[in-house]
Write a protein that binds this ligand. Sequence first.
Ligand SMILES: CC(C)(COP(=O)(O)OP(=O)(O)OC[C@H]1O[C@@H](n2cnc3c(N)ncnc32)[C@H](O)[C@@H]1OP(=O)(O)O)[C@@H](O)C(=O)NCCC(=O)NCCS
Length: 218
Amino acid sequence: MEKMPYQPGIERATSIGAPAAITTSDWRLSLPVLGGPNFILRELKAEDAPTLLSMLNTEEVARFISPPPTTIEGFEAFIAWTIRERVKGNHICFGVVPAGMTTAVGLFQLRALEAGFGSCEWGFALGSQFWGTGLFVDGARAVLNFGVDIVGAQRFEARAAVANGRGNGALRKIGAVQEGILRRSFLRNGQYHDQVLWSILAEDWRLQRIGQLLEPTH
Ligand SMILES: CC(C)(COP(=O)(O)OP(=O)(O)OC[C@H]1O[C@@H](n2cnc3c(N)ncnc32)[C@H](O)[C@@H]1OP(=O)(O)O)[C@@H](O)C(=O)NCCC(=O)NCCS
């Protein structure tokens, strides 16, 4: 996500109000564990803070996203915030834990853009040693399945700075559709960036995953 929605003191400004009845599960009570043999996606825990700090607070990862916390305490506060916002029905954050590890090396976030999560913004970041490993695609598929089937989201928006080749490549690869350019919409290090607005609709995703099932598995 080009903008991590969490900022210290943000809670009053971003609360989206009572969730609508469309949501079909109790994800507000606790997040399920998603994933497969190579990774799991689960709710963040305070113990993830040191790993997330070392994975996400690097120049190459943070270049085109809002600055992540810069201390372990800052990440602990962020993690506590994600849990409070999940309970309110505003925000869902999965930590990405590769097989063989116990702490999260990245995040997938979904932020409600309207009550009931009909439209949401999603975003993601992984430690750079996990780029190009397939973890993004596998994680994104699990998150989109969860968003469509459990949360009931109809539209997933993502924004990526035009200069963020990897972020845009990842979105294109997962089947997102480019809708337009948001001119000078993202401020980073004193410089405004144009962003690409991408979307995936639930109906597109359902069709796409039928296609995935039909793909040869070699
Ligand atoms: C975004 C992110 C999670 C994607 O994970 P990833 O493992 O790098 O993604 P993948 O390697 O599966 O896919 C990226 C694709 O972009 C392509 N790509 C890389 N650089 C590119 C460039 N400059 N221009 C176009 N495409 C590019 C890659 O080749 C790859 O496609 P391929 O697998 O068909 O070759 C990861 O790069 C990341 O954490 N980046 C930093 C945070 C961030 O920018 N988040 C996204 C904000 S929208």
